[in-house]
Design a protein around this ligand. Structure first.
Ligand SMILES: Cc1ncc(C[n+]2csc(CCOP(=O)(O)OP(=O)(O)O)c2C)c(N)n1
Ligand SMILES: [Mg+2]
Length: 369
């Protein structure tokens, strides 16, 4: 993928998506028609706050040189995965890529389990062999193993899961969350085309956060919106404000209902913003200040917090208690994770190769007999 400017240099203003769209110019969120109870809303808030606290901690640990490898955060995008996953049934599957930690927490994943992986500790399923990014947990959380490192590969793999659901006549859906940049490689087209042809229960959630690495969307797509790509697959698509959890749920509910009812894939493009660099090694010097400021005022956690203590009728003390509880859980997770052992160096080739039942040598010997 090409970039329009060298790392660190600001791109020409015309190359930057403004997203200062009047439809997004809202500083208050609105729960109209959302049937969720107060307790449910607090569950979402807790998951989003826990993810935010976790990522602040992870960023600090990275800067202290304690994390193995690079770190990728989803700050600013918490409302999307949380809102989508809040609507899934427990046997639906989803995948989140790098920006959906809050949804893992909503599904009950423990912070210490994620933290231990960032520290490269000897914990399942990969025993220190990858980052904390590619979690999969089909048995408990419904998080699908989607990733082979190639972005957009989760669209064909999501279509595969959705095909299995349809083939087995199960009323389940697969929600694939992905970035704007991941809608440009070929995998995206093959997967979505296949899902559309076979009317598979695939919900495609695009988190359009203005950039793919340092490339602004307008420099990597010939259309203004990812949703403009949907007519090529003859599937419905809509655009919504991704920093308002209620707007996320309104659009995602239509998408999930559509897919579950056998009418095939549905795309929702959420406009949002990545508050950090692509990874913590990236200082996002290429992002203009007015764009950062616009989205800073529309931080999804701040909007939700203001809603809850205002029209939501939740006391500020209740929210403060949740915030403190999340910070404590994260600190405990970091301490516990660092106390866990590293993998045994002698195990370095373990599970690298499948068990060989017939070596070439044994086959040759058999043939000679
Ligand atoms: C086929 C392929 N090309 C390039 C990469 C390297 N890469 C990883 S993430 C990324 C940008 C992803 O951008 P986007 O889909 O918008 O997601 P975001 O990081 O903004 O959430 C790139 C270029 C890759 N993993 N796979
Ligand atoms: Mg992006």
């Amino acid at each position: 993928m090409s970039t329009t400017s060298p790392p660190g240099a600001a791109p020409p203003a015309a190359d930057v998506p403004s997203f200062l769209d009047p439809a997004l110019d809202r500083l208050a969120i609105d729960s109209a028609d959302d049937p969720a109870s107060r307790d449910e809303m607090l569950r979402w808030y807790r998951a989003m706050r826990l993810a935010r606290a976790f990522e602040h901690k992870l960023s600090a640990l990275y800067r202290q040189g304690k994390i193995v490898g690079a770190v990728y955060l989803g700050m600013g995008q918490e409302a999307i995965a949380t809102g989508v996953v809040s609507l899934l049934q427990c046997d639906d599957y989803f995948s989140t890529v790098a920006r959906g930690l809050a949804a893992w927490f909503l599904r009950g994943v423990e912070p210490v389990d994620v933290m231990a992986r960032w520290f490269g500790r000897d914990v399942p399923p990969s025993y220190g062999r990858e980052l904390g990014l590619f979690l999969a947990d089909l048995s408990e959380a419904g998080i699908a193993p989607y990733h082979n490192g190639s972005m957009a590969s989760w669209i064909p793999s999501g279509a595969g899961f959705a095909l299995a659901f349809k083939y087995r006549k199960q009323p389940r859906v697969y929600a694939a969350m992905t970035g704007d940049g991941a809608t440009s490689p070929g995998d995206f087209y093959e997967g979505l085309n296949f899902a559309a042809i076979h009317k598979l229960p695939l919900v495609v959630i695009i988190e359009n956060n203005c950039f793919a690495y340092s490339t602004p969307t307008c420099a990597q797509m010939p259309v203004a919106n990812v949703a403009d790509r949907a007519p090529a697959f003859n599937i419905p698509a809509e655009i919504a404000f991704g920093n308002d959890i209620f707007a996320v749920r309104r659009a995602a509910r239509r998408a999930i209902d559509h897919a579950r009812s056998g009418r095939g894939p549905y795309m929702v493009e959420f406009k949002t913003f990545r508050q950090r660099g692509h990874g913590e090694h990236d200082d996002m010097g290429y992002v203009p200040k007015d764009l950062r400021d616009f989205w800073e005022r529309r931080d999804p956690l701040r909007l939700f917090h203001e809603y809850l203590i205002g029209p939501g009728g939740v006391s500020a003390e209740t929210i403060a208690q949740i915030d403190t509880e999340c910070a404590t859980r994260v600190d405990e997770a970091a301490d516990k994770a660092q106390s866990l052992p590293h993998p045994d160096p002698a195990s370095v080739t373990w599970r690298l190769f499948a068990e060989a039942h017939e070596t070439p040598e044994a086959v040759r010997r058999k043939g000679a007999r």
